[in-house]
Design a protein around this ligand. Structure first.
Ligand SMILES: Nc1ncnc2c1ncn2[C@@H]1O[C@H](COP(=O)(O)OP(=O)(O)OP(=O)(O)O)[C@@H](O)[C@H]1O
Ligand SMILES: [Mg+2]
Length: 249
């Protein structure tokens, strides 16, 4: 689904990502781990077009996407979250989702000539989809609550659910469980696993090894921008290079 060929990026003198190559399979949950500052977020920024590559190529569903703008990449079905949560605090849970879909017919000029019913149908479909996502994340009783009144974990869930309004195929999550209590971590994992059941593909930056072990089919390990290991969660846990990278920092 996603192929990375020799991705490299330096910031001044710092090699943030060094010649990173990988293939990520469809319908899998792939993990990305590594010590702080090892280049994980930079790798996501390179894949999703938020920063420019120094070198390398990115293929999504066999099409070259490096050089495209973030919204162009998103509209092809590859979306991401950010390390810090970004919900709209002064909007309700439901409004947060309804604001998300891209290319809504009602917003397009050419739609003005179309029958009103078609626009209304689309709105109804979006409403149904939003409510079904809100139900999946367990926030139906809070659908009319302002997002700012949710717990941090609930906001993370909402942010993640919002991504699915645009029907993405592949989702990049940057530390989805960081700073979240165990109960909410469970809910976030369940949501990810449910969406995978529905055919979605994930690439997840994650520090929590319990999450990695339960959710990930395959894991890449970064250290100082370089891929030092890859394998199943069990394999990388027992890899001396990985243990050294973590103990050495
Ligand atoms: N925009 C930038 N300008 C300059 N240096 C940057 C920039 N973004 C990242 N870096 C540097 O690149 C390196 C990798 O950073 P990155 O944020 O990708 O690491 P990370 O693995 O996501 O770390 P963390 O686990 O703390 O989130 C670090 O040395 C960081 O200081
Ligand atoms: Mg990061």
């Amino acid at each position: 689904m996603l192929e990375l060929r020799g991705l490299s990026k330096a910031f001044g003198g710092i090699q943030a990502v060094v010649d990173f190559s990988a293939r990520l399979e469809k319908n899998r949950i792939t993990g990305l781990i590594g010590p702080n500052g090892s280049g994980k977020t930079t790798l996501f920024n390179l894949i999703t077009g938020f920063i420019k590559l120094d070198r390398g190529e990115v293929f999504f569903k066999k099409e070259k996407i490096d050089g495209l703008l973030p919204h162009e990449i998103a509209s092809r079905g590859l979306v991401r979250t950010f390390q810090l949560s970004r919900v709209f605090p002064r909007m309700t849970v439901l409004e947060n989702l309804l604001l998300a879909p891209q290319g809504q017919m009602g917003e397009k000029l050419w739609a003005l000539g179309l029958k009103r019913e078609r626009v209304r149908d689309e709105e109804n479909r979006n409403l149904k989809k939003a409510l079904s996502l809100i139900e999946k994340i367990g926030l139906l009783p809070l659908k009319d609550e302002f997002a700012e009144n949710l717990s941090y974990g609930q906001q993370k869930l909402l942010e993640m659910a919002r991504l699915f309004m645009a029907n993405p195929e592949m989702i990049l999550l940057d530390e989805p469980t960081a700073g979240i209590n165990p109960l909410m971590i469970r809910k976030i994992m369940d949501f990810i696993l449910t969406m995978r059941e529905m055919g979605k593909t994930f690439f997840i930056i994650e520090h929590n090894m319990d999450v990695i072990i339960e959710c990930c089919d395959w894991v890449f390990v970064l250290d100082h921008g370089e891929k030092i290991s890859e394998g199943t969660p069990e394999e990388i846990q027992n890899d001396p290079r990985v243990i050294e990278a973590y103990l050495g920092t």
